[in-house]
Design a protein around this ligand. Structure first.
Ligand code: TMP
Ligand code: ZN
Length: 421
């Protein structure tokens, strides 16, 4: 076994270039989903460099440090949120894919990173044959218990070949918020070519680099997210591996994502006009040049300083503050803005796997909403991607004078407007 759990990137995983622009450096940060047991057994908590660079050739945004997946996913506690917002989104994905692929005819849908099987159950309801592939054994076992056939493996060319031999070719290979976690994208795309039918589609949902920059969603930068893609970059990547981008949709999920479909280059699919349009828009807006990323880095610094000042000022004035939603991005936000137990009394979260544990690095106790006996004056919303749903759900807190601090794109206090409506 390798002793060093971190590999430092030299050549770009998309184009092989070694010409990089430095974008942001957050120092050493613990793993975003590395929640700690409350029994004090966390003296050896590790932190790893968290730094983003941009490839000057293909404009892939990449982390410099790739943490060994065995370390990263060993204590994996992320489960697909059971929120209304997410349930609606999973149905949207089925609808969008169903416009392109005949699901009702029993075509095979294979999902990479299928987690506990929610997305595949929605595909089965539409008539598809389903198969999940997910290396997190704890999650794959839950999926199997729920009736979702799941292979507890990493998806690579060998796994893809084995799946094709046993189940036949796939009409759709789907990866929601998993492709950006993959270091060896070449081997995964070789696997896609092995398993995908000639008229099939490879569809991925990834955070969109343009939204990351525009929405200043810098807290979505954490060790699991190795890549942040433009459509231009994905298009170049697919072309290198015998695939062609055929369609793209922008979606509001996770702070702004894109659903991108690719097909075998020589296959029957034609490329939708919106693919070229979006690539041209990226170029025109400056995403192929350094300046956009330098400006992003400066805005990140400002927002971090403003947020720390706002929270510390409220605490100094005698307000009680707690965190809401122990999201993975909350780990980045709290650690890089230097907010911890001094400022935040606790962190409420609905996920049983996180409750009773401590937030990574900052060691704030995570408590179930039903165990919050004294609500704070302000909640810092770490799950801002669910802001609308959460503000609606917390109307009693707001009506009682409680407020939410939304951290990005610039810190704002929400509540009064909602209550007075
Ligand atoms: P995610 O965006 O990574 O799914 O993280 C969202 C976190 O917020 C997750 O741990 C669940 C939590 N959460 C709540 O505690 N209450 C809620 O109402 C919602 C929607 C999420
Ligand atoms: Zn590159």
């Amino acid at each position: 076994m390798s002793t060093d759990p971190v590999r430092f990137v030299t050549a770009c995983r998309v184009c092989g270039s070694e010409r990089w622009q430095q974008v942001v450096s957050f120092g050493k940060v613990p793993l975003a989903n590395g929640f700690l047991d409350a029994d004090g057994s966390h003296e050896d908590e590790e932190a790893y460099p968290l730094e983003v660079i941009s490839c000057r050739t293909c404009r892939l945004l990449s982390l410099t440090a790739v943490v060994d997946p065995q370390v990263l996913y060993r204590t994996y506690s992320y489960v697909t949120s059971g929120s209304e917002t997410m349930a609606r989104h999973l149905r949207t994905v089925v609808r969008l894919c169903g416009k392109r692929v005949d699901l009702a005819g029993g075509g095979l849908v294979v999902e990479l990173g299928s987690n506990t099987g929610d997305q595949l159950l929605a595909f089965r309801a539409a008539g598809a044959r389903i198969l999940g592939v997910d290396p997190a054994r704890n999650l794959a076992a839950i999926a199997v218990d729920r009736g979702v056939p799941t292979l507890p493996e990493y998806f690579d060319s060998a796994t893809a070949r084995a799946v094709a031999d046993e189940h036949g070719k796939a009409a759709l290979i789907l990866g929601r918020h998993v492709f950006a976690h993959i270091d060896d994208v070449a081997d995964v795309l070789a696997g896609v070519r092995e398993l995908l039918a000639e008229d099939g589609l490879f569809t991925i949902e990834v955070p969109y680099a343009v939204d990351l920059v525009e929405q200043l969603a810098f807290d979505t930068i954490y060790h699991e997210h190795l890549s942040y893609f433009l459509i231009s970059t994905l298009d170049a990547l697919f072309a290198r591996h015998g695939l062609r981008t055929v369609d793209v949709e922008r979606l509001p999920v996770h702070g702004g994502s894109v659903l991108v479909s690719a097909a075998p280059a020589e296959g029957p699919w034609r490329t939708h006009d919106r693919v070229r349009a979006l690539i041209e828009q990226e170029r025109a807006a400056g995403y192929l040049d350094d300046a956009v990323y330098d400006a992003f880095a400066a805005r990140v610094r400002t927002t971090c300083t403003d947020l720390s000042r706002l929270v510390r000022g409220l605490v100094a004035d005698g307000h009680r503050i707690a965190a809401y939603g122990a999201s993975a991005k909350g780990t980045t936000l709290l650690n890089i803005c230097g907010l911890g137990r001094t400022e935040l009394e606790f962190c409420t979260d609905t996920t049983p796997q996180k409750q009773g544990r401590l937030t990574p690095g900052t060691r704030i106790p995570v408590v179930a909403p039903e165990d919050v006996t004294r609500p704070p004056d302000h909640y810092l919303l770490l799950a801002w991607n669910y802001a609308e749903e959460i503000l609606r759900k917390e109307s009693a807190f707001l009506e009682g004078g409680g407020r939410f601090i939304i951290p990005v794109p610039e810190p704002t206090v929400r509540g009064e407007a909602v209550v007075s409506r």
